[in-house]
Ligand binder design. Structure first.
Ligand SMILES: [Zn+2]
Length: 387
C-alpha cells in the first residue's frame, strides 16, 4: 500500500510505502491507495487513558472479549489506533475479571493485540477523600497491597504498563519502589499528597502525573500545593485532558508552557459512555450515575464533579493548537512519539519512518477547526477505518 500526504512538521507532500505491517520507505512513490495532497499523515494517535467507549467499560461482570474487541471499532473512528485500556477503582474481583478479559482479547483478536499498548490501572490505591477521589467509588479505595498488585499483573499476563496511585496512602512509598522495579510506570493521581510526599514518591520511582490538575481538591492553598509541585517536577511526565472542561483554556496553556512539550501525553480519559447520545446513564462500572451533556461534558449526576470525559483526542489535539502556542506538529507529538517514549516502545512506533510499524492516522485540518477530520486509520498496515 502507498499513502500520500504531509507529515506534521514538514511542508512537502510525501509518500509512505507500506509492506505488511511495516513502513518500508518514506519518500517519492506512485500508485497511491490512500491520502492526497491535502491530507496529513501522522503516526496513529496513541491515548494512554481510555476507560471504555460506546457503552462498554473495561471492567465488571458483564464484560466479554467480544465487547472489548467492539471498542476497537469505536476508537478507530476517532483516528486512535493505539491506546491503554484503563481499569479504574473497583473490587479486586471486578478488576481482575477485566484484566483477564483484556489479556484474553490480545490473544484472540489481532485488532486488540495491535492496538492495546498495555493496560493502565487507575486505583484502587487512591485518596478516599472527596475531591481527589473524583468519581471513583469510595468503598473500593484502599491502601496499596503488593500481593493484590501481583494478582492483577498475573491476570493481565504482565500487560499492566501504567499504575496510578496516591502516594499519601499507607505503605505507598515501599509499594512504588517495588512496582517501579518491575518496569511498570508509577503515576501519581487522585492524590491529595503534600509537596514533600510528592518528592518522596518521585525518589521512590514515580515517573508520571495522571491527568494533572484533575482528581484534585476544589480548593487548595495557593502555594505550595501538589499541583505546582508536580508541574515543576522535571522527572514527572504529565497526562493532561485537553477536552476544554477538565482544564480551562488558560490552565491548559500554562501547564503546556510549564511542563514543556516533551514531557506531556495528552489523554482523552474517555468514559464508557463516550460515543453515546446525551443523557443520564446508570451504574456503569460502579461509578454511580453519570450525565453526558450535549457539549461533551460528563458529570457525576447531581454534582459539579467531572466523571470522565467524552471527547476523543481528535478534538483534544485541535484544542491544544487553539488554546496554546503549540503547532499541529507539537500537538501530534504529544499523542504519538511522547506516549511511545513514555512506554519505552519508541523503537517500533511513534514516528513515520522506514522500519516502524505502519500504524498511521490520516486527517484533514485547518487552523481554528474544533476537531481533526479523520480520513483513515491504519493499524499495522491494515486500513481499519475509512471516512
Ligand atoms: Zn482519573
Amino acid at each position: 500500500m502507498v499513502i500520500r500526504g504531509k507529515i506534521p512538521g514538514t511542508t512537502e507532500v510525501t509518500t509512505i510505502e507500506i509492506d505488511g505491517g511495516t513502513i518500508r520507505s518514506v519518500g517519492d512513490g506512485t500508485g497511491v491507495d490512500l491520502g492526497g495532497d491535502d491530507v496529513w499523515v501522522a503516526p496513529t494517535i496513541f491515548d494512554v487513558q481510555v476507560n471504555g467507549v460506546g457503552g462498554i467499560n473495561y471492567k465488571g461482570k458483564d464484560l466479554t472479549v467480544e465487547k472489548i474487541v467492539e471498542t476497537t471499532e469505536w476508537m478507530y473512528k476517532t483516528g486512535t489506533g493505539m491506546w491503554c485500556p484503563t481499569v479504574t477503582t473497583s473490587s479486586a474481583e471486578d478488576a481482575i475479571n477485566g484484566l483477564k478479559l483484556l489479556a484474553q482479547s490480545c490473544q484472540e483478536s489481532d485488532a486488540a493485540a495491535a492496538s492495546f499498548a498495555g493496560f493502565h490501572v487507575e486505583g484502587p490505591y487512591i485518596a478516599s477523600e472527596d475531591g481527589p477521589r473524583g468519581a471513583h467509588p469510595l468503598e473500593h479505595t484502599r491502601d496499596p497491597d503488593w500481593d493484590e498488585f501481583c494478582r492483577y499483573q498475573e491476570a493481565a499476563e504482565g500487560r499492566i504498563r501504567i499504575f496510578t496511585l496516591a502516594p499519601e496512602r499507607d505503605g505507598a512509598l515501599e509499594f512504588i519502589e517495588k512496582v517501579a522495579e518491575t518496569g511498570v510506570i508509577v503515576s501519581i493521581g487522585h492524590s491529595g499528597a503534600t509537596p514533600e510526599r510528592i518528592q518522596e514518591a518521585i525518589r521512590a520511582g514515580a515517573k508520571m502525573s495522571t491527568h494533572l490538575g484533575n482528581g484534585a481538591h476544589a480548593m487548595l492553598p495557593r502555594h505550595p500545593n501538589y499541583i505546582w509541585e508536580q508541574l515543576a517536577a522535571d522527572g514527572l511526565w504529565a497526562g493532561m485532558i485537553p477536552d476544554g472542561f477538565h482544564l480551562p483554556e488558560p490552565v491548559l496553556k500554562c501547564f503546556y508552557r510549564a511542563k514543556g512539550k516533551d514531557r506531556i501525553c495528552l489523554v482523552s480519559d474517555v468514559a464508557s459512555i463516550a460515543g453515546l447520545a446525551p443523557g443520564v446513564y446508570g451504574k456503569e462500572g460502579g461509578l454511580g450515575k453519570s450525565e453526558l451533556h450535549a457539549n461533551g461534558k460528563i458529570s457525576l449526576a447531581g454534582t459539579p464533579y467531572l466523571a470522565g470525559a467524552s471527547l476523543f483526542l481528535d478534538s483534544g489535539i485541535a484544542n491544544v493548537v487553539r488554546f496554546t502556542d503549540a503547532s499541529l506538529a507539537d500537538a501530534m507529538d504529544m499523542v504519538t512519539c511522547n506516549p511511545a517514549r513514555l512506554l519505552g516502545i519508541d523503537d517500533r512506533i511513534g514516528t513515520v519512518e522506514a522500519g516502524k510499524e505502519a500504524s498511521l492516522t490520516l486527517f484533514r485540518w485547518e487552523e481554528g477547526q474544533e476537531k481533526l477530520d479523520i480520513v483513515a486509520t491504519v493499524v499495522r498496515g491494515e486500513v481499519v477505518y475509512r471516512m
